[in-house]
Design a protein around this ligand. Sequence first.
Ligand SMILES: Cc1cc2nc3c(=O)[nH]c(=O)nc-3n(C[C@H](O)[C@H](O)[C@H](O)COP(=O)(O)OP(=O)(O)OC[C@H]3O[C@@H](n4cnc5c(N)ncnc54)[C@H](O)[C@@H]3O)c2cc1C
Length: 385
Amino acid sequence: MAHPTEVAIVGGGPGGLTLARLLTMRGDRVTVYERDAGRAARTQGGTLDLHADTGQRALRAAGLTEAFRRHARPEGEDMLLLDHTGTVLHRDDTPDDSPALRPEIDRADLRDLLLDALPPGTVAWGRALRTAAPAPDGGWELEFADGDRARHRVLIGADGAHSRLRPLLTPAVPHHLGVNTVEGAVPDIDRTHPGLAATVGRGSYWVVGDGRSLAAQRCSDGSVRVGLSFHGPAHRAADWLTTCGIPFARPDEARAALLPLFDGWTPACRALISACTGPLTPRALTALPVGLRWAHRPGLTLLGDAAHLMPPVSHGANAAMRDALELATALDAAPGDPDAALRAYEEEMFARTAGVAAESARILEMITSPAGGRRIAAFFRGEGG
Ligand SMILES: Cc1cc2nc3c(=O)[nH]c(=O)nc-3n(C[C@H](O)[C@H](O)[C@H](O)COP(=O)(O)OP(=O)(O)OC[C@H]3O[C@@H](n4cnc5c(N)ncnc54)[C@H](O)[C@@H]3O)c2cc1C
């Protein structure tokens, strides 16, 4: 390679690791600074649907289509949408010859396949970035939580929703979306709760009620992830998760406190909540302003949630991986001039992701509106919602 670039990426999520793979394929020297102590340091959460024109496209460019197919679950596209009384609003059954436009993959499997494709030593584990500042002679000086320092000419922030690098480019901060969520899991569901396993099926079981919803999704590790979402007047405040008195650190008590919030819902919904063992993770949903952009600064840019955190309605990881592809393509097109590449990438990324973020906000508005379930069903039927 005539002009190998030396690149630091902060954050080893889907966006950062996809970029690292694409850049190391073209001979660039890449370091990914990742806060986690190692690849098994924490559970990665549930499953992602990767879309043909974004996430899958990036994996194809990364030469990882075969590895992806080994883990992907086209049948995970199955979807049953109901209201809280059990009335079916929409049903999608994936045919055996599905074109796999949006197959599911567990987050852990995606992370592993990307990590396995990197040269050894690419990821510097246990390196939590604390601050970054312009270096006196150009480039960027990084300081990590353990006090260590590093200097890099090209710095990419792929460090997610609470990016430490974003404030160098924009004062924008994520705002609360009026939605609070709690996530749990039913492990080994086919053995422990075969009736519930049949209810959830091979993909998603999604119940949208007034001010609340429940989404149960099958993962390849035999578990079902259960996400509860609260957006009614009593539960939508930004601080509700901390003021509601539910002891999330004590899952047994928290489950008991959550159940009355689903009084009148079908027995299957309540049983899914009861069957969650292990930790319950509360999360206030936030997003960056739609159409966020910033004035370019030499040698620095953002991708993924760091750049355009959006409501989690199945676009975020896909957009992050497409960002990685566009950034790697821009670097290819401007050999020896990485800054021109970062500028070109930013213009493309701003334009592309503004539309995706607007669409995500529109879908969230539908889900949280009084007739949310029916509107989403209409949306799935192609009637706009
Ligand atoms: C409940 C839920 C469901 C979702 N479902 C979907 C879906 O189905 N499809 C979809 O496309 N998207 C989905 N999303 C969104 C998706 O998870 C994100 O958009 C995606 O993970 C963003 O990828 P990323 O690489 O930009 O950031 P992240 O995945 O957040 O990765 C950031 C990485 O940076 C590391 N890091 C953070 N701070 C530092 C630091 N200071 N120093 C070093 N490292 C650091 C983190 O440890 C992490 O590894 C969902 C989100 C949620 C919350």
